[in-house]
Design a protein around this ligand. Structure first.
Ligand SMILES: Nc1ncnc2c1ncn2[C@@H]1O[C@H](COP(=O)(O)OP(=O)(O)OP(=O)(O)O)[C@@H](O)[C@H]1O
Length: 275
């Protein structure tokens, strides 16, 4: 039993092999190879439109690869039928950029929603789980009767995190968790990502444009580059390493991105400011 557990732990939770995704002949992802060990917190960075969301959607089977495969917990998700896919998808928790709460429901109903949809737990237990998770993300019990519109952006994000956690996911996908928040609330969210990881044995993928978030929460950082602008045979992942070692990367596309410098891009975009 013990040996089996060790073997399972050694197997990456996600493996992407030779992934190619094209839409109407346009290549968005090419030759992506990625192995994510269990428990890792991976920050995924890269400029707008480089394919981060398409990669996340590929991981959960919402985008079908043109070529290659995605293995989730030992199963090729591209070979699963709809029912099997749904049962795998509930092992993912999503924290969306805009929290994606149901406006017509109360906060309590929002957090309870996945439990009602996917479990047969009695209402009293659901209630307890909702209160416990609101507490974990630092929200008072009184928010349970409020509607999302009555909460600040930071509070809504925390409700989104509580909702993502109630089914005890194996993997959490955070989509730009700090976008639109002030620096203090951004740090609150970063702390919650870290605390979630230390409390639960969860694997996390954090899509972010915020270097402070990447450097604070992640064990590993990957920077993607838009496929159409790559040189032939160049890998699409330009950086794969520790966030705090990114300064040592020799590729100036990486360091410019990290420092927020336009570099060559201003010329490539054909931007014109009269001189
Ligand atoms: N279903 C689709 N059909 C056609 N093109 C698509 C589809 N989904 C995404 N794309 C294209 O794929 C490219 C990558 O989009 P994606 O949303 O993954 O970028 P991103 O890196 O997540 O950007 P952002 O940081 O702005 O969210 C874009 O050019 C987009 O227009």
């Amino acid at each position: 039993m013990h040996a089996r557990l060790e073997a399972d732990d050694a197997q990456p939770i996600v493996e992407v092999n030779d992934l190619l995704v094209q839409f109407e002949g346009q290549t968005i992802l090419r030759d992506i190879g990625l192995s994510i060990p269990r428990g890792q917190t991976l920050a995924l960075i890269g400029e707008s439109g480089c394919g981060k969301t398409v990669l996340l959607k590929s991981l959960i089977g919402l985008v079908r690869p043109t070529h290659g495969e995605v293995i989730f917990d030992g199963q090729n998700i591209n070979k699963l039928n709809d029912r099997q896919l749904t049962s795998q998808r509930i092992r993912f928790g999503f924290v969306f950029q805009n929290a994606a709460l149901f406006d017509s429901m109360t906060i309590g109903q929002n957090v309870a929603f996945p439990l009602k949809q996917h479990t047969n737990k009695p209402l009293s237990e659901i209630r307890d789980i909702v209160f416990q998770h609101l507490k974990e993300v630092g929200l008072p019990e009184s928010v349970v009767w409020k509607k999302p519109a009555e909460l600040s952006g930071g509070m809504r994000k925390r409700v989104g995190l509580a909702r993502a956690l109630v089914l005890r996911p194996d993997i959490i996908l955070y989509d730009e968790p700090t976008t639109g928040l002030d620096p203090i609330m951004s740090d609150v969210i970063n702390e919650l990502i870290l605390r979630t990881r230390s409390k639960y044995p969860v694997t996390s993928i954090v899509v972010t444009h915020d270097m402070r978030t990447a450097q604070k929460v992640a064990d590993r950082m990957i920077m993607m580059y838009p496929a159409p602008r790559l040189k032939e045979a160049e890998p699409q992942i330009l950086y794969d390493g520790r966030p705090d070692e990114v300064e040592e990367c020799r590729d100036e596309r990486v360091t410019q991105f990290v420092h927020g410098e336009a570099g060559q891009r201003i010329e490539e975009l054909g931007a014109f400011i009269g001189d």
